[in-house]
Ligand binder design. Sequence first.
Ligand code: AMP
Length: 399
Amino acid sequence: MNPVVLVVNSGSSSIKYQLLEPETGTVAASGLVERIGEDDGAVAHRAGDRTVEHRGPIADHKAGLRLVFDMFTETGQDLADVGVRAVGHRVVHGGEVFYEPTLITDDVVAAISALSTLAPLHNPANVTGIESTRELLPGVPQVAVFDTAFFHGLPEAAKTYAIDAELAAAHGIRKYGFHGTSHEYVAGQVARLLDRDPSHIDQIIFHLGNGASASAIRAGHPIDTTMGLTPLEGLVMGTRGGDLDPGILLHLMRTADLDVDGVDRLLNRDSGIKGLSGVNDFRELRRLIDADNASARLAYAVYIHRLRRYLGAYLIALGRVDAITFTAGVGENSPDVRADALADLELFDITVDPALNTAKSRAPRHISPPDARIPVLVVPTNEELAIARSALQVVDSAG
Ligand code: AMP
């Protein structure tokens, strides 16, 4: 029997999880706990072709996980009996401390918790998920896989912010980068699709989901990425605006009476596509654009403008490129975004084939013409599988 790994991704009010076989990628069960801490909590658990649902208040992460464990039992997969080899936890911020998948101990939990100042929305939720799972599945090794890890070795020039160096050093200010598990996984899939050694490829990856980031990868190692100290920098996202003049914040704090919490809300929830158009989901944005809504059209134009800015920057940073790849919810499903991001770049040997771009497929695929010098690709990401594989590797090598 192939080993199974439980992957847990705890957000501030949600938990996404999967039980899967890292060796084959087969998913035995998956689900989502939503609105933890609110009266209208919900769990949807899918095992094979069965879906079990729960509605009602969910007090905290532990209560949510307990419900999930009950649902596993209800669908015939009692987690205490199915031989879970490891639990892999997605942890957002590893700071300077963690840059490899790490076996979780009390000290590791404390260190992840201490990094909460760098990721106040994410790391506390990750810690709660870890602590609850450790209690509910005692004896099963748990592994933390960090979203920042892939970008740990960014070159000095790319990771350094040009501010007072002593202040920066004292407060851990540097570009860390996020979505690393996805960028690393997709980079590997690109090498497979092109049938080339990853260490011989230079590539640009656009991870475009609710959060969005791009990376420039030379010979398997990232040399730049758009997200920074926090996941706020870079591309325009669902509810985050990405790059902006920091002076805007000073101005708003002085003139619009915004305090730290107000700025936090503005940057994390009320900006990006949502701030400009009122909706954060790309499918809704598309419907508004089709209805000729001017705010939605502008939001889309700003989104594409930013993508192209980073495409240009990363082409120059790399000097040459063997593949440009789109992944995640928007990147995998929106042919318009892909076509508009790469429009009118024939001079740079970058073209998208309209038929290939709009063809329906869930497989890793080319969307550039067959004779294109620079392949343009769509590669579905699978962070859960990557986390499960890392967790299994750590547990196996720990003996
Ligand atoms: P992710 O964070 O990778 O799960 O991506 C979520 C985002 O993907 C959603 O907010 C949607 O905007 C977008 N998305 C999902 N499906 C589609 C689709 N069929 N067309 C366009 N955008 C989509």
